[in-house]
Design a protein around this ligand. Structure first.
Ligand code: R5P
Length: 301
């Protein structure tokens, strides 16, 4: 069965690269906003039989960008799925490198919605066969999906390989908070058997979002990798970096799968003392030094 990649407007580089690596055809989309703000999307084809009976792979990230926001990116995704379904695709696989709303996975304050689950349920209900996400903030939200295959792609090995290529020595992995310990422990194993994992105590005010962090570690002359799933405002990283620096680290790398890097995040992180910021290309920005192409293709094959 012929496979075709539909390259979503938010994942143009990643989508084309995946198609090229797999040696299959790619089709892009046309998008605009109507005068009333509604999203418009069409798959860029003139002949709908091109999609009929084909295995379609849609690639669309859903992060905020200068010319778009995550709600519009999600609507584009819904429309791509609906369009290929309507045109008779025989199988629909959806790759969402960065899933918006993933951090709204639990109730922090009375009256909130568990929207991560709602959103995934909606994507599932559009009639997809396979879903691929990357290092999802809370993977348990994937558990109730009905589609036949759900994969949470792990980017830790490719991030670790990149860091090792920089020649890091005496590595310590630091988790910026308790929620990141498990992930950091798995990450550390890619650097070697006995690479230690340390953690700080983080508190985020649920009303103001303000972060406080504390802890003193023994990091003299160590190369420290601070690993998180997402860098958003950079507050978590900047706080951790200051403490790591005070603990005597030699080099400090701020590493995350998803670099939202909102507002002054890059400045905050580098100004706090990081030597570099390293993220994957789940979102497009100048810190995307590690490409997910190979990791995604390994799962698609
Ligand atoms: C929170 O639990 C996440 O894993 C990240 O630590 C958080 O999203 C980072 O946000 P910010 O960069 O705004 O501190």
């Amino acid at each position: 069965m012929e496979k075709i990649i539909i390259v979503g407007p938010a994942s143009q580089i990643l989508g084309v690269r995946i198609a090229q690596e797999l040696g299959i055809k790619s089709i892009n989309t046309e998008t605009k906003s109507f005068p009333d703000g509604e999203t418009y999307l069409r798959i860029n084809i003139e002949d709908e039989t091109l999609i009929q009976d084909k295995e379609i792979i849609i690639v669309q990230s859903t992060g905020p960008e200068a010319n778009s926001n995550q709600n519009a990116r999600l609507f584009e995704l819904f429309m791509m799925i609906n369009a290929v379904k309507r045109m008779g695709a025989s199988k629909i696989s959806v790759i969402i490198p960065y899933l918006a709303y993933a951090r709204q996975d639990k109730i922090f304050r009375p009256g909130e919605s568990k929207f991560a689950e709602v959103l995934l349920g909606f994507i599932d209900a559009l009639g997809i066969d396979e879903l691929y996400v990357v290092d999802l903030h809370a993977p348990q939200v994937l558990e109730s999906l009905q589609c036949s295959k759900v994969i949470n792609i792990d980017s830790m090995k490719i991030l670790a390989d990149y860091l090792l290529s920089l020649g890091l020595e005496d590595i310590v992995v630091v988790a910026p908070d308790k929620g990141a310990i498990e992930r950091s422990a798995m990450f550390a194993r890619h650097f070697g058997e006995d690479v230690p994992v340390e953690v700080f105590e983080k508190h985020r005010d649920v009303k103001t979002g303000e972060i406080t962090m504390s802890g003193k570690l023994s990091l003299k002359n160590k190369d420290v990798v601070i690993a998180d799933d997402i860098i958003a405002t950079g507050g978590t990283m900047a706080n951790a970096i200051k403490l790591v620096k005070d603990s005597g680290a030699r080099k400090i790398y701020a590493v995350a799968t998803h670099g939202l890097l909102l507002q002054q995040a890059k400045y905050r992180i580098l100004n706090a003392g990081a030597d570099d910021i390293i993220t994957t290309d789940s979102l497009n920005n100048e810190t995307s030094k590690v490409s997910l192409v190979k990791a995604i293709i390994d799962y698609l094959k």
